[in-house]
Design a protein around this ligand. Structure first.
Ligand SMILES: Nc1nc2c(ncn2[C@@H]2O[C@H](COP(=O)(O)OP(=O)(O)OP(=O)(O)O)[C@@H](O)[C@H]2O)c(=O)[nH]1
Ligand SMILES: [Mg+2]
Length: 325
């Protein structure tokens, strides 16, 4: 298909064209890569922006249940919602959201929603690019809100935060000791902490957990991108739907403030620079993986081990002779 033709279909909200484009950016084939870059460049000119919400939480905290309920609330307001996943460990099943479509049953059938499981991948770097480009494609397709889910197990939160406008941390009600479980770095990324499962027997614990995290957030260094009162902790129940509308109101307020105060554009620009830097690094590392580079590394390694050349000398030779200086 012609790139501009394909691009126009995406801009017109054609879901099949969008799905195919996501498959294209997920491909490792060199010719697909060329097409993907062309397509993304074509779509860039539309300058459409969605509200990108990164959502992280440990397994079982209720991400899928939350996304279903929150997503349905948004589509109920006439908004178009896309759901993507960044899952560095998805090599295990080939995509976390996929098996999950049952848990997002209503949302997956909603014509104003688009759910895309994460591709199976091994390298976080590869996952990052694909997800980021999938976000861009959904944005071009006119979605108003893009939810980017990740399992909170480490590095993937940073990746998601770097492609989101808002970062939401979902937590379950827990006792004081477990409070320590959330890494400081993750806390510092959060714009909103949502304590889920604030219902039934868990309600009192949720109230305490929410107060604890609210206190912990106030102890963090003030960030320039936050208005008074942010980041904040709130209670929700994905089951009962309580707190969902309020959390959306808070997200919108934050978005509006950041837009009005220049933080929104600044953040998007910083993210573009971050990804530029990452792309260069990844490309350089990829060069090391070529058969020729591997062979050269192996040969030089033998000489280093035998003491025939210094490690630094071997590295210089590798870079100059085999990796194009
Ligand atoms: N009481 C209560 N239970 C909930 C709520 N939301 C989710 N759950 C339950 O918590 C469990 C995990 O929910 P999921 O939505 O699958 O959690 P998840 O974070 O997507 O889990 P992974 O996909 O494994 O990372 C399920 O048994 C849900 O029914 C809630 O608001 N209240
Ligand atoms: Mg899930």
């Amino acid at each position: 298909m012609q790139i501009d033709n394909w691009g126009d279909k995406i801009l017109n909200g054609d879901r099949r064209a969008l799905a195919r484009a996501i498959t294209l950016v997920e491909s490792n084939r060199a010719d697909h890569r060329v097409q993907a870059m062309e397509l993304l460049d074509y779509l860039r000119r539309a300058k459409r922006q969605a509200i990108r919400i990164g959502l992280s939480g440990t397994p079982g905290v209720g991400k899928s249940t939350f996304i279903e309920a929150f997503g349905m609330m948004l589509t109920g307001q006439g908004l178009r919602v896309a759901v993507l996943a960044v899952d560095p460990s998805s090599a295990r099943t080939g995509g976390s959201i996929l098996g999950d479509k049952t848990r997002m049953e209503r949302l997956s059938r909603d014509k104003n929603a688009f759910i895309r499981p994460s591709p199976s991948q091994t390298h976080l770097g590869g996952v990052a690019r694909r997800s980021r480009e999938a976000v861009t494609l959904c944005e071009a397709a006119g979605f108003d809100v893009i939810l980017i889910e990740t399992v909170g197990v480490g590095q993937s939160e940073t990746v998601v935060a770097e492609m989101s406008d808002l970062f939401v941390l979902l937590l379950a009600p827990a006792g004081g000791d477990e409070l320590q479980g959330v890494k400081r770095g993750i806390m510092e990324m959060a714009d909103l902490i949502l304590v889920n499962k604030a219902d039934g027997d868990l309600k009192p614990t949720a109230t305490r957990t929410c107060a604890d995290y609210g206190g912990a957030l106030r102890l963090l260094r003030k960030r320039p991108q936050d208005p008074e009162g942010f980041p904040k902790a709130m209670m929700v129940s994905a089951y009962e739907g309580t707190g969902l509308a309020d959390s959306w109101t808070q997200m919108q307020a934050l978005v509006e403030w950041r837009r009005d105060n220049g933080h929104w554009d600044r953040r998007r620009a910083q993210q573009a620079l971050y990804w530029f830097d990452q792309e260069v690094r990844q490309a350089l590392l990829a060069r090391l993986e070529s058969p020729q580079a591997r062979a050269a590394m192996a040969a030089l390694s033998d000489r280093v081990a035998a003491g025939e050349i210094t490690p630094a000398g071997a590295a210089a030779e590798m870079l100059e002779t085999h990796l194009g200086g």
